[in-house]
Design a protein around this ligand. Structure first.
Ligand code: DUC
Ligand code: ZN
Ligand code: ZN
Ligand code: ZN
Length: 484
């Protein structure tokens, strides 16, 4: 067999094993993996390098307006380029419904926006207006098109669905095999805190963290899980930022809940002390849920290492440190008027590799699982996330020895800062390919916008997540079976 490309003599790392070998690629797919493969129209010497599944970024806001109308700084061109420089071969940003919009229109809008992506992509659909037609027609249509995850919010007045709305979405998701993702923070607790801060004139960026207490996340995570159990539907908790929230996820998983969760590098690397930087500098670190403390970082690392989290995702929500982004409402505004979110799509994997693998907190196999393989399984990306014959040749070749200092320029995004500025990291993705085509190589972009394709996704793989019985639905217990 003649291959288009052979990646020769690398150390192949998957979620399950590490071995020396060659990867043969034909027509964008992995055709063979063996100790030695001959030929290859192109041969890439991967000696001394790690050959891993390309990262799958499962949480990023790209060409998305926030509910308060701020457009993210990155579009699909810059966002996907930044992702690729950070070791990602594909990503799944959000397609956001704002109230009054039809889901069909939302998807058409994002299809047009995503046409400039350099890596493969899909969307998670954000649902903020679950009308009858959305629930009965529009969501099933989105699902049939391969958009198999729906995100809902428990916070923000313009997004939050209330418990009943969440149960409705969870029920549709269950019928179709979709995963519901949730931003879990108690809206009334946050609003009550905001009023208290406003009354006392506490408006500096640091009070953003005070206004969104750990309790608000813990309460909402617990409530979301109970709602999902009632609907018997799988649930994915995004951006878990608290030790208490992670402990609830761990406990419920052990008890058999169909539950998935992620945390993000910012909660592992930064603390609320960063919000205290002089002047408005702290605005760079405003994100929701907010940054916490050092003890939380340690607890979250423990949960990363022990399987509470399927993924470590960036939650790339890029708003520039200027009047187009953070300060769209003015430069000297109280914290609730500062755009919420920070960039990190290029830093996610270098950070996780350096602090996780090099730092001795996780194994190399765990790195692959947390960066790629689990996201593929959870979100139904059947042809990606593994190095095996028949899979898309979505591969990242890493030099595990190279050391680099994080700078904003090196993120290749459309931002004017990175919250990870100055961090010394070890391990660099040198070559990143999508379907066998190098997207980034020798520090340069190698493809044109539009190289990426939409990926139709399958339902979540629920193996190992049987779900816990809800006794009200047990026919032996009462009339519950009539409710199904
Ligand atoms: N939630 C996110 O997932 N990202 C940015 C802001 C937010 O509230
Ligand atoms: Zn070889
Ligand atoms: Zn969120
Ligand atoms: Zn987000």
């Amino acid at each position: 067999m003649e291959f288009d490309t052979v990646i020769h003599d690398g150390t192949i790392v998957t979620a399950g094993e590490i071995y020396r070998g060659d990867v043969g690629i034909t027509d964008g797919r992995i055709a063979a993996v063996a100790e030695r493969l001959p030929g290859g129209a192109r041969r890439i010497d991967a000696g001394g390098r790690l050959v891993m599944p390309g990262g799958i970024e499962a949480h990023a806001h790209i060409a998305q307006e926030s509910s308060s109308g701020v457009m993210s700084a990155d579009d699909y061109r810059t966002g996907s380029i930044s992702a690729a420089f950070g070791g990602n071969s594909s990503f799944v940003p959000f397609a956001a419904q704002h109230r009054g919009q039809s889901i069909d229109d939302v998807i058409a809008t994002y299809d047009a926006r995503a046409a400039s992506s350099v890596i493969d992509y899909s969307y998670h659909l954000i649902v903020s207006d679950p009308t009858e037609d959305v629930l009965t027609d529009q969501l099933p249509r989105a699902f049939a098109r391969g958009i198999t995850s729906f995100k809902v919010f428990m916070t923000y007045d313009l997004m939050n669905l209330g418990d009943g709305g969440m149960l409705d979405i969870l029920t549709v998701a269950r019928e179709h095999g979709a995963v519901t993702m949730v931003h879990a923070e108690n809206n009334d607790m946050v609003k009550w805190m905001n009023r208290r801060m406003a009354d006392k004139g506490l408006t500096a960026p640091r009070y953003h963290a005070v206004s969104r207490p750990e309790l608000a996340e813990e309460e909402a995570i617990n409530r979301a899980i109970q709602l999902a159990k009632l609907a018997d539907a799988p649930l994915f908790i995004v951006h878990v930022s608290t030790a208490g929230g992670a402990a609830i996820v761990q406990r419920e998983k052990l008890a058999g809940a169909k539950l998935y969760a992620e945390t993000c590098p910012q909660y592992l690397a930064l603390t609320r002390a960063d919000l205290d930087r002089p002047g408005m500098e702290g605005a760079k670190y405003i994100c929701s849920p907010p940054l916490r403390d050092v003890q939380t970082q340690e607890a979250l690392w423990h949960h990363v290492a022990t399987g509470t989290f399927e993924s470590v995702s960036s939650d790339h929500a890029p708003y520039r440190f200027d009047e187009t982004g953070k300060f769209l409402n003015g430069t000297d505004v109280p914290y609730p008027k500062i755009a919420n979110g920070m960039p990190g799509i290029a830093a996610r994997l270098p950070y996780l590799f350096s602090e996780g693998v090099v730092g001795g907190r996780i194994t190399m196999e765990q790195f692959v699982a947390l960066s790629s393989t689990n996201a593929a399984r959870t979100f139904g990306i059947e042809k990606k996330g593994r190095i095996a014959p028949g899979m898309d040749a979505d591969i990242a070749i890493w030099n595990p020895e190279t050391r680099r200092t994080v700078t904003a320029a090196d993120q290749h995004d459309n931002m004017d800062y990175t919250p990870f500025e100055g961090m010394e990291l070890q391990g660099v993705p040198e070559t990143v390919m999508t379907r066998g085509t190098p997207v980034v190589e020798d520090g340069a972009l190698k493809v044109e916008p539009g190289n990426g394709r939409f990926v139709a996704r399958a339902p979540a793989d629920l193996r190992g997540r049987p779900g816990a019985a809800v006794k009200e639905f047990d026919p032996a217990h009462n009339f519950g079976s009539d409710l199904r």
